[in-house]
Structures are given as structure tokens and as C-alpha cells.
Design a protein around this ligand. Structure first.
Ligand SMILES: *[C@@H]1O[C@H](CO)[C@@H](O)[C@H](O)[C@H]1NC(C)=O
Ligand SMILES: *[C@@H]1O[C@H](CO)[C@@H](O)[C@H](O)[C@H]1NC(C)=O
Ligand SMILES: *[C@@H]1O[C@H](CO)[C@@H](O)[C@H](O)[C@H]1NC(C)=O
Ligand SMILES: *[C@@H]1O[C@H](CO)[C@@H](O)[C@H](O)[C@H]1NC(C)=O
Ligand SMILES: *[C@@H]1O[C@H](CO)[C@@H](O)[C@H](O)[C@H]1NC(C)=O
Ligand SMILES: *[C@@H]1O[C@H](CO)[C@@H](O)[C@H](O)[C@H]1NC(C)=O
Ligand SMILES: *[C@@H]1O[C@H](CO)[C@@H](O)[C@H](O)[C@H]1NC(C)=O
Ligand SMILES: *[C@@H]1O[C@H](CO)[C@@H](O)[C@H](O)[C@H]1NC(C)=O
Length: 624
């Protein structure tokens, strides 16, 4: 009680303090002027009446909230020239990323006001004209102006950037000789695919020849292809602070393919601006890149306009390129494809699902994504974005750090296991039930989840179940072989009809309940190689004698829950009856579970029960 009120008063104090200097008023006005006079195709949630620091997409403030220090708007479809006297008023700006837009015109001359600028990402735009005098930005660390139409020479003023670690000017129309740049901090350089001539200055000889490829640069033996894979500097070398390693997993491969779309698009730009001087050579660099995976060359052309599609109200600001640069880690192979955890540059963590066997065209796919993406419910994992091209279909979700119900139940059995207590199991059950019921209400009551299983259920910020991976059965080819793990959740009729329905969702949910009660996987082995189907096993145990043997031994330590467990078992059994029309509707299931017990809120959970103390869930994350 005492602790609670102290906590709330601290919280309250914090609110007052942060409100006192919440909004950097002038910076906010600069951004509003920027966005109001700059056409863009993706809507930004920049609401004048909401605080800029925590709510505006792509905007980050200094710690005290007094200034805006980062602006990241990659791939939002900004089209035209940057309106003068807007961004340049954000004089405390350190990070500016406007890449993958359609920005035209010269390098904005008023950017000279951005004296603190450290990271500048303007690649994949349509800038033209000369490069600026760089000597004003003393703190520049990473400069990426690649894939634009800049022309003229490489300015000597780059020598003044003592902090510079990475410079990418590839795929522009720069000409003249490469100046002798003494940049001891420089770790990554790319000047490829320009019209540079002369020779490589001594100071830059340490870089691999691919950094100069696609120019008319002569340098004796340097022209020989002496670049080997281990010589090429890895991008992780230039990570400013946290030298995070780029995940060289499959995700990179996938998304490189997707990103090359952009390269193709800008190949046209390169042709447009460079066509006079050397028609063939100008295209060679990009063509070579495409030749790496010849099977994709054809389709990329028609997909060139594709971008990651974000849903309304999504506060993420990243694009395919960010995903490309993200460190990625395989989370697992799901029914519909691989899932990856991707950590972006700004530490945003998302789950990327790569769908396989998508059997519908773009329109149908988009329509289904619209249906799925429109569901906003605390018990349904929100689809944030998707990507569709001929070769690649991606879905982007929030990442849940606690893992799935499946990993909580079955992970680390034995030594070092954190038991999953009954309260949490109840909250997983009721949350998942509410989520599925919400899904069943969508699309005039016709939407089917189609893949209910414990590895698709996570804990939301209030520690209730939250379902993911919905609505994909109708867009993936139903003939795809079922992997064994999913089979245990399949209603008997689905095996024949191969068509998931709402009542087959109820069946699958029943299996999840059995899993929560027994702690056993839906298909498991006992001793030998004999496969045991959980539903059949529970039936047989229950038929023989109604004992506590069905229940997870882990649950035996919690007192006074037998009655609840038995009632939950009855609900589960009613969900997994053989005849689809005898199963309850999801809304009925919710009522039944709520009758077992008004489910305990984690916040008010009295920890008088010592035995469950060790297993109470971690405090809910306020900001997820
Ligand atoms: C902006 O926010 C206010 C209050 O937060 C809300 O009433 C208004 O509808 C929002 N406007 C837009 C365009 O979203
Ligand atoms: C450049 O960075 C240094 C160290 O982070 C900082 O002290 C200095 O104020 C920065 N310069 C400008 C112009 O922001
Ligand atoms: C890029 O700019 C050039 C002129 O600078 C123009 O001809 C071309 O159409 C532009 N490309 C796009 C995609 O806007
Ligand atoms: C750069 O391109 C512009 C047209 O976009 C042209 O007028 C100018 O002469 C070019 N400059 C150089 C140095 O080639
Ligand atoms: C920038 O570098 C040039 C030589 O490249 C030098 O003459 C000039 O003094 C430097 N300017 C500053 C402000 O350091
Ligand atoms: C610059 O952009 C290019 C093209 O997107 C990318 O391949 C490269 O890694 C970037 N380099 C740096 C230093 O950010
Ligand atoms: C430079 O960029 C080109 C194409 O953008 C790429 O093929 C090459 O590998 C890059 N070289 C280095 C050293 O990063
Ligand atoms: C390439 O450079 C050499 C001298 O460095 C020059 O003679 C030749 O004309 C240049 N070729 C092109 C296509 O510009």
C-alpha cells in the first residue's frame, strides 16, 4: 500500500516534470512547416496536438525533451524539393535520414545550419547538382549520398571531416579526379559507378577496388580484380557506438533481393542523367549486381515501385533498407514460413515473417492484409506492415520479448526451468480466447484465424494472452504439407477438407487449453517412438479414471486450484469434440472461462501466497 502510493506519486511527479518541457515548440513548428509544404504518400501521425517527442513517427528528442535530435523518414514517399527554412531550423539535429524517397533538387543549401549533424542518410533519392562544401559539419560520422544524381567533383572539403567513418557516394554522376583525402577514421568508402577518372590517391589505396569500380580510374595492378570477400569491409565496422554485428542470416539474402528493386528503379535515373557520356558503362554496375541472382532479374522490373506498406497509426519509421541493415536472427520455422527477429539501427525490434507458398495475387493479398491489419485489439498481435512482390512476401509484427506460450510451457523443462504458474496460464487462456473471438467478429463475422497454437500466443503488456499469425490460410496454398507440430492442433475435419473454419479454431484453442493444463505438447512421444496425440491421451486418461494424472506436475504446488483445473479441463474437452457443430462458439468459451474465475489482474495480485511468489510474472512493460 505504502509502496504503491510512493510509486504513483513518483509517476505523477514525472508526468509533471516531463510536461513542463515536453514540447520543443520551435522545432515542432519547423517540422509542421516541413510536412505541410512537402507532399508525401505515406501519412504521418504528426498530430499538432500530440507531443512531438514520444508520439511523432520518426522524431526523437534530446533527453531533456528540449530539442529534436533525430529525424528519420525513410521511404515515406516525400516527393519534390525539400522546402527551404524548415528542416534547417532543427539546429540540434544529429541524425537525418530521408532516404528512399523521391526528393529532387540540389543539396539543400540551408543544411549548413545543422552544425551538429553526425549521421546523414540521403541515399536513394533524386538529388542532382554539385555536392556541398562539407567543412561546416565537423561532427559528420556517416554520410550516405549514394544512388542519387549528384554531379560535379568530389569536394576536397571532405578532408575536414575528422570524425568521418563511412562515406558512400556510389551510383551518382560524379566526375573529375578523386582528391587526396586524408581521413584516418574512414573505415568504409564507396565511390563506385560514377564518372571519376585519374588514379586512386595514396590515402585511399587501403580500400578494396570494388569501392572504385564502375569508373574510369586507372591504377596499374589495382585494376586487377583483387577484391576477396574477406577484404571487403563489413558494414559492422562502421557502427558508431555499439559495434553490433550484422546478422548474416537468410534475412539479409531475402531483403537484399527486395532492395535491389530500388537499385533497378534508380538505374533509370542513372541512365537519365548520365546517358550522354557512357551509355553502357553506367549501367554495368547495377547489372552486375543483378546478375548475382539471375532468376530474379525479370520480376524486379515490374516490382520496382514496391515498398513496405505500413498500417495507419504505426509509429515505426523504417523501410526495407533498414531491415537489410538490421541484425537478424532466426526465430523459427512456422506453418507459413520462416520468422526472424530483426533489430533495427535505432534498437527497434520487430518480427519479420517471410511467407512461402502464397497462392494469391497482389490484390487478394493486399485485401487480406487490410482485413488483418485493421484489427486493433489488446489480445491480437498487431500487424504493423507488409511487403508484397512477386518473389517475396513479408509481414512485420511487434516483437514479444517473453517468448511464446509454447516456449514458456515446454522450454527448458528440467534444470533451470521457471515454472509457469496457474494465474499466468489462466491469463494466457482468457486473453487468447478474447483475441480469437475478436478475430471471428471481423470481416462480417467470417474471418478465421486458421493457425491457433501455443507458439502463436504471446503475453501482452498486461500479461494476458495475445494471438498472432492469423488469417493466412486463405492466401497460402492449402496443399502445403502440414508440419508435424501443427498437426496436433488440427481439427479432424480439417484433415479432409483442408479448410480451416471458426469451429476448427475452437478445436485448436481447446488443444492449447489442454497444453496449458497438462504441460504436454499436442503431439509427443512416450518412452519409445510411439506418437501420442494429446487429445486422445487426455480422453483415455479421463475415461479410465478421473484423476489428477492429466495435470501438469508443475501445477501441483499451487494450492486450491484443483476445482478450477477440472472446470478448465471440461471447457477444453468441449472445444475438442469431434463434430464441429457441437463445439461452442468462441464467445461462449470466454463466458465459460470467466465463470471459472474472474481472472486475476497481475497488478493487484496479492503476493500473500508464498509458493507462487517465485513464479509471478515480471512487472508489465509500460512501454512496448
Ligand atoms: C489529434 O489529436 C487530438 C487529441 O489528441 C484528437 O482529438 C484529434 O482527432 C487528432 N487529429 C488527428 C487528425 O488525428
Ligand atoms: C560535436 O561532438 C562533440 C562531442 O560529441 C560535441 O561536444 C560538440 O558539441 C559537437 N559539435 C557540434 C557543433 O555539435
Ligand atoms: C529525377 O530527376 C530528373 C531530373 O533531375 C527527372 O528527369 C526524373 O524524372 C526524376 N526521376 C524521378 C523518379 O522523379
Ligand atoms: C550537373 O548537371 C546539371 C544538370 O542537371 C548541369 O547543368 C551541370 O552542368 C552539371 N554539372 C557538371 C559539373 O557536370
Ligand atoms: C578544411 O580543409 C582545408 C584543406 O583541405 C583547409 O585549408 C581548411 O583550413 C580546413 N578548414 C577548416 C575549417 O578546418
Ligand atoms: C549507403 O547506402 C547504400 C545503399 O543503400 C548501402 O548499401 C550502404 O551500406 C550504405 N552505406 C552506409 C555507410 O551507410
Ligand atoms: C560499392 O557499391 C557497389 C554498388 O553499389 C558494390 O557493388 C560494391 O561492392 C561496393 N563496394 C564496397 C567496397 O563497399
Ligand atoms: C579514361 O581515362 C583515360 C585517361 O585517364 C582517358 O584517356 C580516356 O579517354 C578515359 N575514357 C573515358 C571513356 O572517359
Amino acid at each position: 500500500m505504502e509502496a504503491f502510493s510512493i510509486f504513483t506519486s513518483i509517476l505523477y511527479l514525472g508526468l509533471i516534470v516531463s510536461q513542463a518541457n515536453a514540447d520543443p515548440v520551435e522545432d515542432k513548428q519547423a517540422l509542421l512547416d516541413f510536412v505541410n509544404s512537402f507532399p508525401h504518400s505515406r501519412s504521418l501521425n504528426w498530430n499538432e496536438s500530440s507531443p512531438v517527442c514520444n508520439h511523432w513517427t520518426g522524431v526523437k528528442c534530446s533527453q531533456d525533451g528540449s530539442r529534436i535530435v533525430a529525424l528519420r523518414l525513410p521511404g515515406v514517399g516525400l516527393t519534390g524539393q525539400i522546402p527551404p527554412n524548415t528542416i534547417s531550423r532543427l539546429s540540434a539535429l544529429k541524425i537525418l535520414s530521408l532516404r528512399s524517397n523521391v526528393i529532387t533538387g540540389h543539396f539543400p543549401s540551408d543544411f549548413f545550419n545543422l552544425k551538429s549533424l553526425s549521421f546523414l542518410y540521403l541515399q536513394f533519392n533524386n538529388f542532382s547538382g554539385p555536392l556541398p562544401d562539407f567543412s561546416v559539419w565537423k561532427n559528420l560520422t556517416i554520410v550516405n549520398l549514394s544512388n542519387n544524381g549528384f554531379n560535379g567533383t568530389i569536394p576536397r572539403s571532405l578532408s575536414n571531416l575528422t570524425q568521418l567513418q563511412a562515406l558512400n557516394l556510389a551510383n551518382n554522376c560524379l566526375s573529375g579526379e578523386v582528391p587526396d583525402l586524408s581521413l584516418p577514421s574512414l573505415q568504409q568508402l564507396n565511390l563506385s559507378n560514377n564518372f571519376l577518372s585519374g588514379s586512386i590517391p595514396k590515402s585511399l589505396e587501403r580500400f578494396p577496388s570494388s569501392a572504385f569500380a564502375g569508373n574510369n580510374i586507372s591504377s596499374g595492378e589495382r585494376l586487377a580484380p583483387r577484391v576477396s570477400p574477406d577484404q571487403a569491409p563489413s558494414e559492422s565496422n562502421v557502427r558508431p557506438k555499439n559495434g553490433r554485428r550484422i546478422g548474416e542470416t537468410a534475412l539479409l539474402g531475402i531483403i537484399i533481393a527486395a532492395c535491389v528493386l530500388g537499385v533497378v528503379a534508380f538505374a533509370f535515373l542513372i541512365i537519365a542523367c548520365c546517358v550522354k557520356k557512357k551509355k553502357e558503362d553506367g549501367f554495368k554496375g547495377t547489372l552486375q549486381k543483378r546478375e548475382m541472382s539471375p532468376e530474379k532479374v525479370v520480376s524486379r522490373n515490374q516490382d520496382a515501385n514496391n515498398r513496405l506498406f505500413f498500417f495507419e497509426g504505426c509509429s515505426y519509421a523504417f523501410d526495407l533498407e533498414d531491415l537489410l541493415r538490421a541484425s537478424a536472427e532466426v526465430l523459427g520455422k512456422g506453418t507459413f514460413g520462416m520468422a526472424y527477429k530483426a533489430i533495427l539501427e535505432d534498437a527497434t525490434t520487430v518480427v519479420v515473417k517471410r511467407l512461402k507458398d502464397v497462392s494469391v495475387g497482389k490484390r487478394d493479398f493486399e485485401q487480406q492484409m487490410e482485413v488483418v491489419g485493421s484489427i486493433k485489439h489488446e489480445n491480437v498481435v498487431e500487424l504493423k506492415a507488409y511487403y508484397y512482390s512477386k518473389d517475396e512476401k513479408l509481414m512485420v509484427y511487434d516483437y514479444y520479448s517473453q517468448g511464446s506460450a509454447s516456449s514458456m510451457l515446454h522450454g527448458k523443462r528440467g534444470e533451470g526451468r521457471i515454472p509457469l504458474d496457474w494465474d499466468t496460464r489462466m491469463r494466457i487462456a482468457i486473453g487468447a480466447a478474447r483475441g480469437i473471438a475478436r478475430i471471428h467478429a471481423e470481416n462480417s463475422g467470417k474471418l478465421v484465424h486458421g493457425n491457433v497454437k501455443s507458439s502463436n500466443i504471446f503475453l501482452n503488456s498486461r500479461q494476458y494472452g495475445c494471438v498472432s499469425d492469423l488469417g493466412l490460410t486463405t492466401i497460402t496454398s492449402s496443399l502445403a504439407p502440414v508440419i508435424a507440430r501443427a498437426a496436433g492442433y488440427r481439427a479432424p475435419e480439417v484433415t479432409d477438407t483442408r479448410k480451416a473454419t471458426q469451429s476448427s479454431d475452437v478445436y485448436s484453442f481447446g488443444v492449447v487449453l489442454l497444453e496449458l493444463l497438462t504441460g504436454k505438447s499436442p503431439i509427443h512421444t512416450t518412452g519409445g517412438d510411439e506418437l501420442v496425440h494429446l487429445v486422445r491421451w487426455v480422453h483415455s486418461v479421463v475415461r479410465e479414471e478421473w484423476t489428477a494424472e492429466v495435470f501438469d506436475v508443475e501445477l501441483l504446488r499451487y494450492p486450491n486450484i484443483e476445482e478450477e483445473m477440472v472446470e478448465m479441463l471440461q471447457i477444453a474437452m468441449s472445444c475438442v469434440v469431434r463434430m464441429p457443430d457441437q463445439r461452442p462458439k468462441m464467445l461462449d468459451v470466454i463466458k465459460m472461462i470467466e465463470n471459472v474465475r474472474p481472472v486475476v489482474e497481475p497488478e493487484n495480485h496479492p503476493s500473500s501466497d508464498n509458493k507462487s511468489e517465485s513464479s509471478t510474472p515480471p512487472p508489465p512493460r509500460v512501454d512496448e
